[in-house]
Design a binder for this molecule. Structure first.
Ligand SMILES: N[C@@H](CCSC[C@H]1O[C@@H](n2cnc3c(=O)[nH]cnc32)[C@H](O)[C@@H]1O)C(=O)O
Ligand SMILES: [Zn+2]
Length: 440
């Protein structure tokens, strides 16, 4: 086998313990072959390493999972800030997105991919359009992803609405298994209010038929929950259930305004919630009951949401924000502790997306990040897990590995030309804004 050894570091294990260990990666299989004391891994593998990644003074963690984003929105980073969700989407974001070309989406997705690799993220879920272009980027970048075409039917005539649903289903069927299996898909209606009931019903039924999961924005703002309650006399999660969209492989973004009954239904159904604390704070959407969700047994993952409502794709920030807002929401400083947010960003994310990774153990996918712990803001190291949650940043990541392939070594991205990607995205964004201004 082609043997990559991650050597000399401390390793975060699935039970939350941190131990001195080396990690042996089988690059042919893309899996972790052994984890153990440095003098034992070669024996366990029965070979010496073909290549070594230095992890001294560092912590080896599972690759982080960004379980909800719109990755090409990096082009709209800082384009419109300081507004609530609905006017922000209608007045600023949707008009700009109307001018996006397939090339723009690819440029923005590549920028997002570079940003994610640099900050130790190895897997993400993306809801956007021109999904085949996003998939190309995922393939080249070496990342893992669950991708979908965001379906919106409000404001469209029946033919256009149907075409959008069909596109959502076609993308989910056609791209599943792409990039040597690193790409999986989902049917992604934007939300329960931006897609009409009959389209939701038909689309979800076809998704079930095709065996692809459902991902949507749910219970994000009260402005979105109230109309459902007023019109239907039921809460959004009950509505989702009536649509057959509350399955064990489905995952919903936000879950901010969920009541006790909805939390219990999510737990019983096994539907995961992707908590997006920065987006929820920035759009003043509200505080998700994360402690309550976890206590009820709901799988909770973390997402940055799009870069226009964050404004970056750094999952380290998300861990910190989740811990902070989780305590505030629960009015309890012991709520949503460091271990919880680290679990949400790793195993929780992999479980929510039903993708390999999220755990450093023999047999698991070789998706990992090596985080340098020798920076001033990480000194001293009383507790590495505390640092992951509260003090480390994406820029502390030294190496990133996905599916056994080194995506970044010594802070140099190997799979994409980071400089060219950044230049192209900046140009695409400037041109985009010119077109939006001209269209007004
Ligand atoms: N097919 C649709 C695209 C939907 S993609 C998903 C959409 O979600 C939008 N979005 C980004 N962040 C949020 C959020 O926090 N809540 C709801 N929508 C968001 C994003 O701008 C994008 O338009 C169309 O042609 O308009
Ligand atoms: Zn979103």
């Amino acid at each position: 086998m082609d043997y990559l050894r991650v050597a000399g570091g401390r390793v975060l294990r699935p039970d939350g313990r941190v131990e001195r260990a080396d990690v042996a990666v089988d690059r042919d299989e893309g899996t972790i072959r052994a984890v153990g004391p440095p003098d034992e891994v070669d024996d366990a593998v029965g070979a010496t390493a073909d290549e070594t990644l230095d992890a001294s003074d560092s912590l080896v963690i599972p690759g982080l999972v960004n379980a909800h984003t719109h990755v090409a929105m990096t082009l709209l980073r800082g384009y419109a800030d300081d507004k609530p969700l609905d006017p922000w989407l209608r007045e600023d974001i949707w008009p700009a997105e109307a001018e996006l070309t397939p090339d723009d989406v690819e440029a923005g997705a590549a920028l997002g991919a570079v940003e994610m690799i640099r900050s130790g993220t190895t897997a993400f879920a993306d809801m956007y359009f021109e999904t085949d272009r996003v998939a190309d980027v995922v393939d080249r970048a070496g990342l893992r992803a669950r991708l979908g075409h965001g379906v919106v039917t409000v404001g469209k005539d029946d033919a256009d609405a149907r075409a959008d649903v069909e596109e959502g289903l076609a993308v989910a069927r056609d791209l599943d298994g792409a990039a040597d299996g690193r790409i999986r898909t989902a049917f992604m209606p934007h939300s329960l209010t931006t897609v009409g009931e009959e389209y939701l019903r038909e689309g979800v039924a076809e998704a079930r038929e095709a065996d692809v999961p459902v991902h949507l924005h749910a219970n994000e703002t009260t402005d979105e929950v109230d109309p459902i309650v007023d019109e239907r006399g039921e809460r959004p999660i009950a509505y989702a259930e009536s649509l057959d969209a509350l399955g064990p492989d489905d995952f919903f973004a936000h879950g901010v305004h969920v009541d006790e009954g909805e939390v219990d239904r999510l737990a019983e159904a096994g539907t995961a919630v992707v908590h997006c604390p920065a987006s929820n704070m920035k759009l003043a959407s509200g505080m998700a009951p994360v402690q309550r969700l976890r206590e009820a047994g709901v799988t909770v993952a973390l997402g940055t949401d799009g870069a226009a409502s964050n404004n970056d794709l750094d999952v380290f920030d998300e861990m910190r924000d989740a811990a902070m807002i989780g305590k505030l929401a629960a009015d309890d400083a012991s709520a949503v502790p460091a271990e919880a947010v680290v679990e949400m960003a790793t195993a929780g994310g992999a479980d929510a997306l039903n993708l390999p990774g999220g755990r450093i153990e023999a047999g698991a996918a070789a998706d990992l990040a090596v985080v340098g712990l020798d920076a001033p803001h990480l000194t001293p190291v009383h507790d590495p897990v505390s640092h992951l949650a509260y003090a480390a940043r994406g820029g502390d990541v030294r190496h990133t590995v996905c599916d056994g392939e080194i995506l970044m070594r010594d802070r140099e991205v190997l799979t994409l030309d980071a400089e060219a990607v950044q230049e192209r995205a900046a140009e695409a964004a400037a041109d985009l804004v010119d077109r939006v201004d001209a269209a007004e």
